[in-house]
Design a protein around this ligand. Structure first.
Ligand code: MN
Length: 497
C-alpha cells in the first residue's frame, strides 16, 4: 500500500514568505487527516515557540494520522519532538560530500556517527524514526547504502531518499531506489526545480519506495515539492492504483491551503487550477457538452469541482445556445447567429464575456425591453486611517426607496455589504467570487470587476468597468442583482422585433 507523507506544514511552510499560525496549522492538519493522509509532518520543533505550540496542538487533536516533526541529528531536537507530543521524527542527515564538507564541515564518518547516535536516542525516547538522507541524489550511493543499513540496525523504522535540489530523472531514480528499498520501508522526497518532482516520485514508487512525501498544491522550498493532488490523481487515473485518499475533498483542501498560506493557485495548474476544467473554444465546449471524456481526462466531480464553460471569441454556437437556454432564452437560427457574432466581438476586444454581458446582448438582439428591478439613487463610500470603512446607498427596489449603510474591511467590502443588506428583504443574494483586472498599469487605469453572485443555487457572473474600483464593483453588483431578480421563468425570445 502506498503511504502519503504530507510535508505542507514543514517543507511547504518553508516557501519563502509563508508563515502559518498554530491555529491555521491545526486547521490544515485536521483536513489532511480527514482526507486520509498517513503521516503529517507538522513542523520543525527546534525552529520556534510557535512551531512547538502547533506541534503540541496537532498532536493533542486526536487526528487519525501519524504526527511527525523534522529534527536534526541533535539530542536537543529529539527531546523537543518527544516533549511536544510527536509520534515520529523525520531525522534528516546530509549525505552528499558537498553537504557533509561544505555545510557541516565534517567527515563522512563523523556525520554517520551523529546519525547513529541520534537514531538510538530517538528510539530511547519512544519515537518512530524515519532516517532521511539529505541531498541523497548527489551522494555516493555505496556510502548511502552503508549508512542506511547501519541506521536500521540502530533502530530506524523507515528510510527516506531526498532529492533536495530536484536533479533526479526517472531513469536515475529507477537505478538508485531498489537497493535502498531492500533495506527498510523507503520514502521518496522530491523537489520540483526542473519540473520533475511528480515524474521522479512515480518512478521511485514503481522501483520499490512505499511512501511518497508531497505537499498540497506542490508548495515548498524554491520551486516546491511533489504536489499531492497530482500524485493521487496520476496514480488513480494513469496507473489504475486505488489510493485511500478521499478525492472529493482534494479541491477543498487546495483552496484552504492557498487561502491560509496566501500562495495563489496558478490558473493553469493541473487538477486544482482555475482553468483545469474550464472550456471556451467552440469545438472543445461542444465536445464536452456531448461527452465529457472528449476533452477531459479527469471528471471534475471526482475531486469536488464543477466543469465550467465560458464564453469568448473561441465560443461556438453550441455553447452560446446552451448558455442562453440556461437563462430561459429561446432563439431562432438568425437570432442565435447574431448573438454569437456579438459575443465573439466582445471576446475580440479582450473581454471576458460575463452572463450579464450575454443577457444584455440577447436582450438587444431579441429586442426585449427590460425595466431594471433595482436602480441606484446615490452611493457614498468613505475610508481613512482613523475610521471604519463605511458605505451608504439609496436604491429604488421595485418602486420602493431603500436607504442603508454598512461597514466593511475596506470601502469595496463595505459597498458589497450595503448592497446585499439593502435588498436582503427581497432576495438572499450571495457574493461567491470577486475578481479585479486592471486594463493597463497606471493608477488611472480602467478597472474591470467581475463578480459571481448566487441566489437559491442559481449562479451568475457580472461585470463592471470604471476607472474607480469602488464604482466598478457597485456597477457589477447591481447589474448582476438585476439579472438574478428578473422573473426567472419568463420565456424570453422569438419576440416580434
Ligand atoms: Mn525538502
Amino acid at each position: 500500500m502506498i503511504r502519503f507523507f504530507d510535508t505542507t506544514l514543514r517543507d511547504g511552510e518553508q516557501t519563502p514568505g509563508v508563515s502559518l499560525k498554530p491555529e491555521q496549522k491545526l486547521e490544515i492538519a485536521a483536513k489532511l487527516a480527514s482526507v486520509g493522509i498517513d503521516v503529517i509532518e507538522a513542523g520543525s520543533a527546534a525552529a520556534s515557540e510557535g512551531e512547538r505550540s502547533a506541534i503540541r496542538r496537532i498532536s493533542e487533536a486526536g487526528l487519525s494520522s501519524e504526527i511527525c516533526t523534522y529534527v536534526r541529528a541533535l539530542p536537543g531536537d529529539i527531546d523537543l519532538a518527544a516533549d511536544f507530543g510527536a509520534d515520529s521524527v523525520h531525522l534528516v542527515i546530509p549525505v552528499s560530500d558537498l553537504h557533509i564538507a561544505k555545510k557541516m564541515r565534517k567527515t563522512r564518518e563523523q556525520v554517520a556517527e551523529m546519525a547513529f547516535s541520534a537514531v538510538t536516542y530517538a528510539k530511547e525516547r519512544g519515537l518512530i524514526v524515519e532516517l532521511s538522507g539529505e541531498d541523497a541524489s548527489r551522494a555516493d550511493q555505496v556510502f548511502l547504502r552503508e549508512l542506511f543499513t547501519e541506521g536500521v540496525r540502530c533502530g530506524a523504522d523507515r528510510l527516506c531518499f531526498c532529492d533536495t535540489v530536484g536533479i533526479l530523472t526517472p531513469e536515475k531514480t529507477a537505478e538508485f531506489i531498489p537497493p535502498l528499498a531492500a533495506i527498510a520501508p523507503l520514502s521518496i522526497h522530491c523537489h520540483d526545480d526542473l519540473g520533475m518532482a511528480l515524474g521522479n516520485t512515480l518512478a521511485a514508487l514503481k522501483s520499490g519506495a512505499t511512501c511518497a512525501h508531497a505537499t498540497v498544491n506542490g508548495i515548498g522550498e524554491r520551486a516546491g515539492n511533489t504536489p499531492y493532488e497530482e500524485l493521487v490523481m496520476a496514480l488513480e487515473v494513469l496507473y489504475g492504483y486505488k489510493t485511500r485518499i478521499r478525492k472529493e475533498e482534494i479541491y477543498h483542501l487546495a483552496t484552504l491551503v492557498s487561502r491560509l498560506t496566501g500562495i495563489p493557485l496558478p490558473v493553469n495548474k493541473a487538477i486544482v487550477g482555475e482553468m483545469a476544467f474550464t472550456h471556451e473554444s467552440g469545438i472543445h465546449a461542444h465536445g464536452v457538452m456531448r461527452e465529457p471524456a472528449t476533452y477531459e481526462s479527469v471528471q471534475p466531480e471526482t475531486i469536488g469541482r464543477k466543469r465550467r464553460i465560458v464564453l469568448g471569441k473561441h465560443s461556438g454556437s453550441a455553447s452560446v445556445e446552451a448558455a442562453l437556454e440556461e437563462m430561459h432564452y429561446s432563439t431562432d437560427e438568425n437570432q442565435l447567429r447574431e448573438i454569437v457574432k456579438r459575443v465573439k466581438k466582445l471576446g475580440d476586444e479582450g473581454k471576458r464575456v460575463s452572463d450579464t454581458d450575454l443577457m444584455a446582448i440577447a436582450d438587444a438582439v431579441l429586442a426585449i425591453e427590460c425595466k431594471p428591478f433595482i436602480r441606484m439613487r446615490q452611493f457614498t463610500a468613505v475610508s481613512g486611517s482613523s475610521m471604519i470603512p463605511t458605505a451608504s446607498v439609496t436604491l429604488v427596489v421595485n418602486g420602493q426607496e431603500i436607504t442603508g449603510a454598512a461597514t466593511g474591511d475596506g470601502p469595496v467590502d463595505a459597498a458589497m455589504q450595503v448592497l446585499r443588506k439593502s435588498i436582503a428583504d427581497v432576495a438572499d443574494i450571495r457574493l461567491e467570487e470577486y475578481h479585479v483586472d486592471a486594463i493597463s498599469g497606471g493608477t488611472d487605469a480602467l478597472v474591470e470587476v467581475t463578480v459571481r453572485l448566487s441566489k437559491d443555487g442559481k449562479i451568475i457572473t457580472s461585470r463592471g468597468a470604471r476607472t474607480d474600483i469602488i464604482m466598478a464593483s457597485v456597477e457589477a453588483m447591481i447589474a448582476g442583482m438585476n439579472r438574478l431578480l428578473r422573473e426567472e421563468h419568463e420565456d424570453r425570445g422569438k419576440n416580434p422585433r
